[in-house]
Design a protein around this ligand. Structure first.
Ligand SMILES: CC(C)(COP(=O)(O)OP(=O)(O)OC[C@H]1O[C@@H](n2cnc3c(N)ncnc32)[C@H](O)[C@@H]1OP(=O)(O)O)[C@@H](O)C(=O)NCCC(=O)NCCS
Length: 145
């Protein structure tokens, strides 16, 4: 059974840590704004076990004029559960929340490796590849709702 629920920032670490910050201290899993009221964290549970997380921040990107923007961060599915459609379910949940909140643009810094996944979900690359220190090469990607 698959269930997507809102969770706390701290609960996301169980997936953020092994997938996005392997070998790095738990503090590296804390993102600025994690505990703001306007931030939402979703967890995907398979048979009551947390296997995927995503976080949504009300942060605007300077290159977009839209007032209402969501930044997606900390998108991760445990390694042995990847490529089974769960990432797709989490992004779909984010888009549902965005529609509810009358958000105009969803954007994020996508790892180069994940670009294909997001393109399949209708997201477009903006600009050129850039480096996030200690994390790796990224593209800004976005979608107009
Ligand atoms: C990227 C990630 C979130 C995608 O979630 P997922 O559950 O594995 O993806 P899904 O199974 O929903 O994939 C949907 C589609 O994208 C494809 N896809 C997924 N990951 C891919 C990748 N790395 N490269 C190319 N295609 C990919 C799948 O094959 C699938 O295609 P299909 O619908 O034609 O079969 C997940 O693989 C992950 O956590 N990766 C490591 C961390 C990461 O890169 N996070 C994103 C940070 S920006």
């Amino acid at each position: 059974m698959i269930e997507i629920k809102k969770i706390t920032a701290t609960e996301t670490y169980a997936v953020r840590q092994p997938v996005l910050r392997p070998g790095k201290p738990i503090e590296s899993c804390q993102f600025e704004g994690d505990d703001l009221k306007t931030t939402t964290h979703f967890g995907l549970f398979k048979e009551q076990t947390l296997i995927g997380v995503v976080s949504v921040f009300e942060v605007t990107h300077k290159d977009f004029e839209a007032k209402k923007q969501f930044q997606v961060r900390g998108m991760a599915i445990l390694e042995n559960e990847q490529n089974k459609g769960y990432g797709n379910l989490l992004i779909t949940e984010v888009e549902k929340l965005a529609h509810k909140n009358k958000i105009e643009i969803i954007w994020f810094n996508a790892r180069e490796k994940a670009v294909n996944f997001y393109q399949k979900m209708g997201y477009t690359i903006l600009g050129t590849l850039f480096d996030i220190p200690n994390v790796g090469p990224h593209y800004v990607m976005w979608k107009q709702l």
